[in-house]
Design a protein around this ligand. Structure first.
Ligand code: MTE
Ligand code: HPA
Ligand code: MOS
Length: 769
């Protein structure tokens, strides 16, 4: 089925936050962010700003009627800075004016005197100084201390992983309209309507039932709106509440980039041990997460780093420790993969280091160590593995041996262009790692004309969840999709929602919808049975037709609904789904946290221009574990998008903060994201179709996040291409692999012999590098 939003997207009629019709008297907000990353506020000067025509009022922490606190997991994040600023861009004041322009002009006139305090931007420095969000967490399997003795080959290394800007096309924003009876209607561009509701509740100091949060749809979230939409909704709510006027704030791109957190940068150390047979016997890793100035979701993100620290591999002896380190950057947050990608990059780096030292192809080590069904992940869950199935299918389909030959002869024939390939296996756990969050509700109404309206807690952010939920209802009722409408998300219809995240939205909300539809269908079958003088178990609906024992009756869907309505049968249902089977013990750090895992293997091929350091990603060929996809077009779209976003993170997207904690890559002129010219020339996606029972909706496995991690292979393919030019190149495990870094590595000095060869090439061209 086609994505139900494609027509309105293409015609420009989909309604995003900034498209919600603005009512008369609406005021416009703009936040003033701290110009300094760390310090004590001595004086805040608002006089000049208040002189700007059109300015209505400027709010500060002193105006907050409830608590100046919006921290979701840990209460450590003020909405507006009080005495202390912790990061550059931290909201200090909120201007409200009659126009957007006046509000922004006023922000520019605000002055603040801040006594600076030392700024920390490096997680290792924060860890050394004891600046931690929570005490460190350690996952262990086997007996690491004794395992090293069984290893013939042991390698150690360090890794630096940079962050990533979400760059959702729609920036953050909120529009708040006061309602009667001391309540607010809050339109928010959020993945977590309930998270927004809680933040507003904290700030205003009234019960949750006063605040209706409505989400029409998002122009992308990618995790950046799981928690960080709260600030803007809370600021607008504060102003709307105190002024009794509608207040709107949709951020400018540069405000959004400077004031919101990103994917967490990590530093890490690893030690890997292999036996004679290249089996990985032991793996130890220390992760230093750059959390930023407040917890936000960092602790949960860190947990997923530990969960995915061995990626698709079985390693019998593991010790992984994670430190969530407090620095003076904007609080970093969820981003597609949620800490998993960072954990996976580190194990892949460890394997690459071993392969390089042992003069062998990393793929040999990777394949040998893939996890098998029945083996244990470091967190205690037993694998039901498709890792080797995906890998072997990729080998059968994409002929990597032939590809290697092509690459080798290309490299032999070309001095200044070199190709590299890499395999990237992925294993990603589906469920919120916090078991409590794995629940959802759906409210299904059949109206008396036979049309169906569905509300769930799911937020449509481009991932196609509404289409999938509509398919669930269409299939369950056996009616035309045109009869069904998905409603916007509202905390008045569905309460206590988990954010649309963890790739689990369609599973959770789809299953709740399935339950609601099934319950109504049972009632309808009784109505039909009575009316058609048959037994309820003999009734079925096919193509809107009521059948008795498989034979069409005189009733169709409309007659059935009319009969049910006349008989006063309940045509509505609200259903609650909780993922069964999952549990996790955070003291033992063991359990069964995931409903299931998604597996896959990608083979990536790149070409490096060894004169310029530029490169292209030529092909990404994937075998992906879909389970049994309920919508292959949407799922392929997710895979393509995820791959490109992952490649962007690993290759060109470079978040740069200076030593003072100021974002330098603060616009699209200084922060490069993949464009149509840099996407892979070819993306091939093969569906591994599995028919085993699983907990996915209609056995169609979650697809939102896992494909991003195929992009990690681009880093390793590039480093292999560099080594084809300079076999002993010094390539630090540092991401992203920008053209600058490629160039540095291509001409790095490590070995006299190899350098000679290149000096020839270079002098031949008359260029002094
Ligand atoms: N796809 C689009 N188009 N836009 C998005 O914002 N977010 C990703 C992924 N795919 C995103 C997306 C992230 S981070 C997650 S967790 C999932 O979608 C969330 O949706 P799902 O649970 O329905 O897969
Ligand atoms: N994934 C994504 N988002 C989350 C999670 C998770 O595991 N836990 C809390 N928020
Ligand atoms: Mo996705 S990072 O779980 O919103």
């Amino acid at each position: 089925m086609k994505n139900i939003d494609s027509n309105t997207h293409v015609s420009g009629t989909s309604v995003y936050l900034d498209d919600v019709p603005v009512i008369n008297g609406t005021l416009f907000g703009a936040a003033f962010g701290s110009p300094v990353a760390h310090g004590t506020i001595r004086e805040l000067m608002l006089e000049e700003a208040l002189q700007i025509p059109g300015v209505v009022r400027i709010f500060t922490a002193a105006d907050i009627p409830g608590q100046n606190e919006i921290g979701g997991i840990i209460k450590d994040e003020p909405l507006l800075a009080d005495h202390h600023v912790h990061f550059c861009g931290m909201p200090v004041a909120f201007v409200v004016a009659h126009t957007r322009e006046a509000a922004r002009a006023a922000v520019k006139k605000i002055r603040v005197k801040i006594d600076p305090l030392p700024v920390i931007t490096d997680p290792r420095e924060a860890q050394a100084k004891g600046e931690l969000i929570i005490p460190p967490r350690t996952f262990t399997l086997g007996d690491i201390d004794n395992a090293w003795r069984q290893c013939t080959h042991i390698f150690e290394g360090s890794v630096d992983i940079n962050g990533q800007e979400h760059l959702y096309i729609e920036t953050q924003g909120a529009y708040v309209i006061p309602q009667e009876n001391n309540s607010l209607r809050i339109y928010s561009s959020t993945q977590g309507p309930t998270a927004v509701q809680r933040a507003v509740t904290s700030v205003i100091g009234l019960p949750m039932h006063r605040f209706e949060v409505i989400v029409t749809r998002l122009g992308g979230g990618f995790g950046g709106k799981e928690d960080q939409a709260n600030t803007w909704a809370a600021l607008c709510s504060l102003a709307a509440w105190l002024l009794k006027k509608p207040v709107k704030y949709a951020l400018h791109r540069m405000e959004d980039m400077a004031m919101t957190g990103k994917r967490h940068p990590y530093a890490a150390d690893f030690k890997i041990g292999l036996n004679d047979d290249y089996k990985i016997i032991a793996y130890e890793a220390s992760f230093f997460q750059n959390a930023g100035a407040a917890a936000d979701l960092s602790t949960a993100v860190l947990a997923r780093t530990l969960f995915h620290c061995t990626n698709s591999y079985f390693i019998p002896n593991v010790k992984a420790t994670g430190w969530s380190c407090r620095t003076n950057l904007p609080p970093n947050t969820a981003f597609r993969g949620f800490g998993g990608p960072q954990g996976m990059y580190v194990i892949e780096a460890a394997i690459a280091k071993a392969a390089q030292a042992l003069q062998m192809d990393a793929a040999v080590i990777q394949k040998k160590n893939l996890i098998h069904t029945g083996q244990e992940f470091p967190y205690g869950q037993i694998a039901k593995s498709e890792a080797l199935t995906c890998w072997e299918k990729a080998e059968a389909l994409y002929n990597p041996d032939d590809l290697r030959k092509v690459v080798n002869s290309f490299n032999a024939a070309n001095k200044l262009y070199k190709k590299g390939i890499a395999f990237m296996p992925v294993c990603f756990g589906i469920s919120f790692t916090n078991t409590m969050m794995n629940n959802a509700r759906s409210l299904v109404h059949i109206y008396s004309d036979g049309s169906v309206g569905i509300s769930t807690g799911a937020v449509e952010m481009g991932q196609g969840v509404n289409t999938k939920i509509l398919q669930v209802a269409a299939q369950t009722f056996a009616i035309a999709p045109e009869r069904i409408k998905l409603n916007h998300t509202s905390t008045y219809t569905i309460a206590n929602t988990s954010p649309s995240a963890a790739s689990a939205t369609a599973d959770l909300n789809g299953k709740a919808t399935l339950m609601a539809c099934t319950t109504i269908l049972e009632r309808l079958k009784h109505v039909a049975a009575d009316g058609l003088q048959a037994a309820p178990e003999d009734i079925s609906i096919v193509n809107e037709q009521v059948l008795v024992k498989g034979t069409p009756s005189t009733w169709d869907w409309l007659q059935l609904i009319t009969a049910a309505f006349r008989l006063r049968v309940n045509l509505s249902e609200h259903a609650h789904y909780r993922t069964p089977e999952i549990h996790f013990d955070e003291v033992k750090e063991k359990g069964h946290p995931f409903a299931y895992h998604v597996y896959g293997t990608a083979i990536l091929e790149v070409t490096v221009d060894c004169l310029r350091g530029t490169y292209t990603v030529d092909t990404v060929q994937v075998v992906h574990d879909f389970g049994n996809s309920m919508n292959t077009d949407i799922d392929r779209g997710q895979i393509e998008g995820g791959i490109v976003q992952g490649i962007g993170w690993m290759t060109m997207e470079e978040v740069i903060y200076d030593r003072d904690g100021r974002l330098r890559s603060n616009a699209l002129s200084t922060y490069k994201v993949p464009d149509i010219y840099s996407v892979p020339k070819t993306i091939a996606i093969d569906a591994l179709q599995t028919n085993d029972d699983n907990l996915a909706i209609f056995r169609s496995k979650a697809v939102g996040e896992p494909p991003l991690m195929y992009g990690i292979g681009a880093w390793f393919a590039l480093s292999n291409a560099i080594r084809a030019f300079h076999p002993n190149a010094d390539i630090p495990f540092s991401t992203p692999m920008t053209p600058e870094k490629v160039l540095m590595a291509l001409y790095s000095k490590t070995n006299q012999e190899t350098n000679q060869h290149h000096e020839e090439t270079i002098s031949h061209l008359g260029i002094d590098l």
